[in-house]
Design a protein around this ligand. Structure first.
Ligand code: CP3
Length: 352
């Protein structure tokens, strides 16, 4: 595919435990509604049309790169493209968030999913967007790919709508343990092919979002989360070897899974991303020392005054230590945040 050589390797090097000149930084949801240029484009196109149109996805991916001194781009897409590929309708409804008009109501609905699915065909638009974006990045910074993790996707598919308890999806784990595993297994297989496809298309690092791990406890996590995220890292690497494609670093973000940080650091990922509710020093103590840690500014710190934001960011970096560290927020940025503060955050990290 003849991509230009990568000029900024900070984030990749840090993931692999190498020394770098400056701490690398990127921001979860860095291409989104807090940017006026995103809102302008979004006013003309439906969200999933933007995801499905490589030219638009590429333009959005580059928006934050043009504005800020970021060390990575992340492909503009969504974790819910997998349920869509499995035949489920997903709509972004203003004021209600992501809505599945026909969620999985009982385990019998699993058989209605279009599975097995030809990921190459159904999600080819993501792969095309990745390749196009790699060309347009011209090697400035690496391009990250991503996927939702099985439990988080299952949660959306069963809940069908925003819920504060996730009690419908959790009820499955208690009432239908075997059927839940069947669904999680199926999702795991799709995710593996999807990530391999992204890497094949040009993604240079991968993040797996288990955003809803915070609704589990250690025993549920062990059965319904851990095995699957371990299988993902292992099988992605095996499949890449079979296809003679070089491996890329992998990041796991299991939001709220403080009860399992040690296990997460042994799950076959180079980087563990931590949310903003845990102290970095504590988190490092709980994890294997050969892991790179990513995180974890409270996104709401971006509402602070410039001076306070600089102070909080400095404290955070000192608390993490400068080696094996990728700076980020502890979760995605919100739509009402000020892009100027994003610049302050990034520049403060780089000033070390
Ligand atoms: O810049 C980036 O980080 C890349 C793009 C990206 C999006 N979603 C774009 C998006 C990424 C990495 C995601 C991941 C994602 N999507 C997650 C995991 C990470 C997290 O933040 O927890 C989850 C849970 C989703 C599902 C999702 N997508 C929901 C629940 C919503 C609606 C709620 C909301 O924030 O409005 C989305 C919509 C979405 N995904 C937007 C963007 C830019 C907003 C779209 C819009 O309204 O214009």
């Amino acid at each position: 595919m003849n991509f230009e050589p990568l000029k900024n390797t900070r984030i990749i090097d840090t993931a692999l435990g190498k020394e770098v000149d400056k701490i690398p930084v990127w921001i979860m949801r860095q291409a989104g509604r807090y940017l006026p240029e995103f809102r302008e484009l979004r006013s003309r196109f439906d969200f999933f049309t933007m995801c499905q149109t490589p030219q638009l996805a590429m333009e959005v991916t580059l928006m934050p790169i043009k504005r800020f001194d970021l060390d990575a781009a992340i492909i503009f897409s969504d974790i819910l493209v997998i349920p869509q590929a499995l035949g489920m309708d997903v709509e972004l409804v203003s004021g209600r968030g992501m809505v599945f008009p026909q969620p999985l109501k009982s385990p019998m609905d699993i058989d209605k999913l279009l599975y097995p699915v030809d990921v190459k065909e159904k999600l080819n638009y993501v792969f095309e967007a990745i390749t196009l974006t790699r060309h347009n990045l011209k090697g400035e910074v690496p391009l990250l790919g991503f996927s939702g993790a099985p439990w988080t996707l299952m949660c959306f598919m069963v809940e069908g709508e925003t819920s504060s308890t996730k009690s419908k999806a959790k009820a499955w784990l208690y009432k239908y343990p075997e059927e839940s595993k069947k669904l999680l297994d199926l999702l795991t297989d799709v995710i593996i092919d999807y990530l391999v496809g992204q890497i094949e298309a040009g993604a240079q690092m991968i993040q797996v979002f288990e955003t809803l791990a915070e609704y589990l406890n250690k025993s549920l996590f062990d059965v319904y989360c851990y095995n699957y995220i371990k299988k993902i890292s292992k099988c992605v690497r095996t499949k890449l070897k079979e296809k003679n494609i070089p491996e890329v670093p992998m990041v796991i973000f299991a939001k709220g899974a403080h009860y399992a940080l040690k296990e997460l650091s042994e799950a076959g990922y180079e980087v563990v991303s931590i949310d903003w509710t845990i102290n970095p020093e504590e988190a490092r103590k709980l994890m294997n020392s050969n892991i790179t840690v990513q995180g974890n500014l409270d996104p709401c710190a971006l509402y602070a005054s410039s001076d306070t934001l600089r102070e909080i960011t400095k404290n955070m970096v000192q608390n993490f230590g400068k080696t094996r560290y990728i700076a980020n927020l502890g979760h995605g940025i919100y739509p009402d945040m000020n892009p100027d503060n994003v610049k302050i955050f990034i520049d403060t990290v780089h000033s070390f």
